[in-house]
Design a protein around this ligand. Structure first.
Ligand code: FAD
Length: 298
């Protein structure tokens, strides 16, 4: 099995995921695989299916809560699918799923294209961002996506045009159906002014540093903002800032962030999320919905 898999990419057995998730949870996986190409990804998926091995696609691990126990399957990273093509004269911006969002933002701004400035501080991959429709400052990635190329359940390559993609605040049909692996996307961006874009990104980055606990491991906002309110405000008003379970803590700087103070286990994070949810429900009657995703908890 392992020899077969290594034909199509790099494979590690019983690999640690500690540095592959932004909470730095010390999870491991039976197989950690990085396919060399889309064709190799297809071969790997077929091989896993034949051998009845489950899999999970990992982006930058910045919106997930892993389990401490070993994942009894294959974690597939698309870090080798990192092609980027920008032709500003043809209004073409194409990025493969493994490209980091801040890298794409930097490259388009360098070519004086505007639209994606909002995403400069979102530490995810293109695949992960499209899956969860990442956004900030009232913009979201799907508003700028012209089409998404995916592998469907039959491992066929399909290109889905913008008008056929359903999405809303922090979700998309990719997240709702879990039927597709995102392999690339095209974006529509407008001609802009490089200097203004750079200033906007810098100003927002400064604000993030001031308001978010970026000095600690976290996976960004834990809960979605409910209509007309902010999860952070509700958590703070429920008296939860600084509340700790084991190594996990509700950030003093931003109450909608749970931070790893050094040795948090996934159970600490899990228990703290549930505690925050239940306390906010009891004190404010608001049933917060989680934005981050628990992986392999059933
Ligand atoms: C400091 C900090 C700040 C953040 N700020 C923001 C913010 O302002 N706005 C925001 O929206 N988010 C924010 N986030 C959360 C996170 O960065 C985004 O949700 C990001 O888009 C997740 O991408 P990822 O590559 O890390 O996905 P992962 O966490 O690796 O995966 C998330 C989900 O996407 C799926 N997935 C990943 N790649 C693919 C693929 N190619 N095909 C199919 N499914 C795939 C995974 O299976 C998983 O279910 C922040 C996180 C941190 C740590």
């Amino acid at each position: 099995m392992i020899e077969e898999l290594t034909k199509y990419g790099t494979v590690e057995e019983h690999a640690t995921l500690k540095n592959l998730n932004t909470y730095h949870i010390g999870s491991t996986t039976r197989y950690l695989i990085s396919p060399n190409s889309v064709q190799d990804l297809i071969s790997i998926l077929k091989l896993l299916k034949e051998n009845n091995i489950k899999y999970f696609i990992l982006g930058n691990g910045s919106n997930i809560i892993l389990n401490d126990r070993e994942y009894a399957g294959a974690v597939i990273r698309l870090n080798n699918l990192n092609g980027l093509e920008i032709q500003e004269d043809k209004n073409l911006t194409y990025a493969e799923a493994g490209v980091m969002l801040p890298t794409l933002v930097k490259e388009v701004i360098n070519r004086s294209l505007t639209g994606l400035e909002f995403a400069a501080g979102i530490p995810g991959t293109i695949g992960g961002a499209i899956y969860g429709n990442a956004g900030a400052y009232n913009s979201c990635i799907m508003d700028y996506v012209e089409s998404v190329t995916v592998l469907d359940e039959n491992f066929e390559i399909q290109t889905i045009e913008h008008e056929d993609i359903t999405y809303s605040y922090r979700t998309s049909m990719f997240k709702e159906t879990k039927k597709y692996i995102i392999i690339a996307a095209k974006f529509f961006l407008k001609k802009g002014d490089k200097q203004s874009s750079l200033e906007l990104v810098e100003e927002r980055q400064k604000r993030r540093v001031e308001t978010q606990p970026l000095e600690y491991a976290s996976a960004g906002s834990v809960f979605r903002n409910p209509e007309g309110d902010f999860a952070g405000r509700l958590i703070e008003s429920s008296g939860l800032k600084g509340y700790k379970i084991g190594g996990a803590e509700v950030s003093e700087k931003h109450a909608n962030f749970i931070i790893n103070k050094g040795n948090a286990t996934s159970k600490d994070v899990y228990k703290l999320i549930n505690y925050v949810h239940d306390t906010v429900l009891e004190k404010t009657k608001v049933d917060l919905l989680i934005e981050q995703e628990f992986i392999d908890w059933e």
